[in-house]
Design a binder for this molecule. Structure first.
Ligand code: IPD
Ligand code: CA
Ligand code: CA
Length: 263
């Protein structure tokens, strides 16, 4: 599998940050038992990973803009390109010693996502995608699942929690979905949820309240694996839309319909 120069830059940045997170994850597991807990340590690990990504990407493409979860927006002079960076997706998992977290980096050109990298260092899984070039897990080409019916499907989701999201609306959505599918999963890292859809492990995924850095890389991963990602109304402009629905063609459409079913 030949990667473009820019995808190589993204992979190097993600893997370097991922290795830093993996070292800190080992320490987090030790700190679980301490009285103070690993909270401050995790936020340092998160910031450190973002600094690594920022400096790697900035060195390779000094003029590009950034939107990063921890440091916010940094405008570049280029005007055409923007990096979307989540240095640690699945922070709560990381904090609790659960090895389901990832680095997520996407590249936008003129507002369109053209490349994405998601790296889970704990499982050594590197997901990459480029527009028109397909999606890969390590060296294996990815394809969304072939299941066409909700009744056979496993659906990933994000559950709102204390201080986050519209709990009442989410319960209505979940009620509609849980009665029609063979399983619902809440993995705790939206970038990995989308990577799992691309890999055919999940047949579909939906979540409300996401940000561009959570989903940028995942969107292109699913699309390049032959899947569909839209907002709740079927709109294609999803990066800023907060609520997204992903899956293979049949499951994605069925999910949108089921989510909207009147109570
Ligand atoms: C979170 C994870 C989680 C999702 C949240 C995100 P973070 O990102 O992706 O799965 O449900 O909405 O904020 O905070 O771990 O980077
Ligand atoms: Ca995130
Ligand atoms: Ca994060």
């Amino acid at each position: 599998m030949a990667r473009s120069a820019i995808l190589n830059v993204m992979v190097q940045a993600a893997m370097k940050a991922g290795r830093s997170l993996a070292r800190d994850f080992g320490e987090v597991q030790n700190l679980q038992v301490s009285l103070k807990g690993p909270g401050d340590y995790v936020s340092q690990a998160d910031k450190k990973a973002e600094e690594i990504i920022y400096s790697e990407l900035k060195r390779a493409r000094p003029d590009y803009s950034f939107l990063m979860e921890e440091s916010g927006a940094v405008d570049g002079t280029d005007g055409q390109h923007r990096w979307l960076v989540d240095p640690l997706d699945g922070t709560t998992n990381f904090l609790h010693g659960i090895p389901m977290f990832a680095v997520s980096i996407a590249l936008e050109r003129q507002g369109q996502i053209v490349a994405g990298v998601i790296f889970n260092p704990a499982m050594d899984e590197l997901y990459t995608a480029e527009r028109g070039g397909g999606a890969f897990l390590n060296d294996r080409r990815l394809r969304v699942s072939g299941r066409t019916k909700l009744v056979d499907s496993i659906i990933g989701t994000g559950v709102p929690h204390l201080g986050r999201g519209d709990h009442g609306n989410y319960l209505l959505q979940l009620r509609n979905i849980m009665g029609e599918v063979s399983g619902v999963r809440r993995m705790g890292a939206a970038a990995l949820d989308l990577a799992y859809v691309a890999a055919g492990r999940f047949d579909g995924f939906w979540e409300d309240g996401l940000n561009p850095w959570d989903i940028g890389a995942g969107i292109i991963m699913v699309r390049e694996a032959g899947g569909y990602v839209t907002d709740l109304n079927g709109g294609q402009d999803v990066v800023e839309s907060k609520a997204i629905v992903a899956g293979n063609e049949a499951v994605q459409k069925a999910l949108i319909k089921a989510l909207k079913k009147p109570v």
